[in-house]
Write a protein that binds this ligand. Structure first.
Ligand code: PAF
Length: 284
């Protein structure tokens, strides 16, 4: 594995790399969910291709009251995971490599970004789009793999790639869960024990909604049920629970045979913001 800390070193590597390049952008604190993304990237790259991973805790996607300074940075363990998963290039720039001190240009998605996470965390997706666009320019991948846990992020990145004509295929990889259903996230380590015990109830609420959807329940009733179930988790504060069209993230008034629906939820538990989502099988 080559570790690069400068864009110049990545460019040099890129010039010599002839096969398909598949990219997994991360903020580090890697866990089994990231390992699954890297393995997916490996399969997509094929035997002649290469897998590139970036680790960069991007300050522009954190709000002023968010946990940038406390975001975990276990660099040694992250490097070991990348090496053992057969990553070809690890790019881990520092902030000066990514942002000039008088940095003044940003990429802003102006529709999908305004809802859900974007409404709760103003400017978050501008930070995500800007850094992902920069990483795409630096790595120049053929394919990029993103986890489906951050479903809204995936939808926003797809929109950016479509609208700005990046010649990159975006692949979403299914959520990896703990045995009890909790979606893996770098932030789970901050859950106090009592909150950790309650956290699987988020996935239970989602699976109950999926079963009701299959049985013919309407979107409004599913949302009510989800909000009720999530609201009953001891110590939880509900941010949102919505049934949306999976690409546009528009609310769904009525299911039709064409609808691709997804339930998106965010809950604050034990001081930690937990996101989850699930595709809803619609009764046809
Ligand atoms: O999902 C993440 O880890 C980050 O938002 C990303 C895509 C690496 C951009 O900083």
């Amino acid at each position: 594995m080559i570790t690069a800390v400068t864009t110049a070193a990545v460019s040099q590597w890129r010039r010599k790399t002839l096969g398909k390049v598949v990219f997994v952008p991360t903020m580090g604190a890697l866990h089994a969910g990231h390992a699954a993304l890297i393995r997916r990237a490996r399969r997509l790259a094929g035997k002649d291709g290469a897998v590139a991973v970036s680790i960069f805790v991007n300050p522009t996607q954190f709000g002023p009251n968010e946990d940038l300074s406390r975001y975990p940075r276990p660099l040694r363990a992250d490097e070991a995971l990348c090496r053992s998963e057969g990553v070809d290039l690890l790019f881990r720039p520092d902030i000066r490599e990514m942002y000039a001190s008088d940095f003044s240009v940003a990429v802003s998605e102006k529709s999908l970004s305004l809802r859900f996470e974007g409404a709760e965390r103003p400017g978050h997706f501008d930070g995500v789009c800007t850094v992902v666009a920069m990483l795409f320019q630096i790595i120049r991948p053929d394919i990029a793999v993103f986890g489906e846990k951050d479903w809204q992020q995936l939808a926003v990145v797809r929109r950016m790639v479509r609208d700005l004509k990046f010649p990159i295929r975006i692949v979403g990889h299914p959520i990896v869960r703990e045995e009890d259903g909790l979606a893996l996230s770098s932030r789970n380590r901050f859950l106090p024990p009592d909150a950790r015990m309650m956290a699987p109830r988020i996935f239970q609420a989602l699976t109950a909604a999926a079963m009701e959807a299959e049985g013919g329940a309407k979107p409004a009733s599913l949302e009510r049920q989800l909000r009720r179930d999530l609201g009953r988790i001891p110590g939880a504060t509900l941010s949102y629970a919505s049934i949306v069209e999976e690409t546009t993230l528009e609310p769904i008034g009525r299911f039709t045979s064409e609808t691709k629906a997804r339930a998106l939820v965010a809950v604050k538990l034990g001081g930690v913001r937990l996101l989850d989502n699930l595709a809803l099988p619609i009764a046809r």
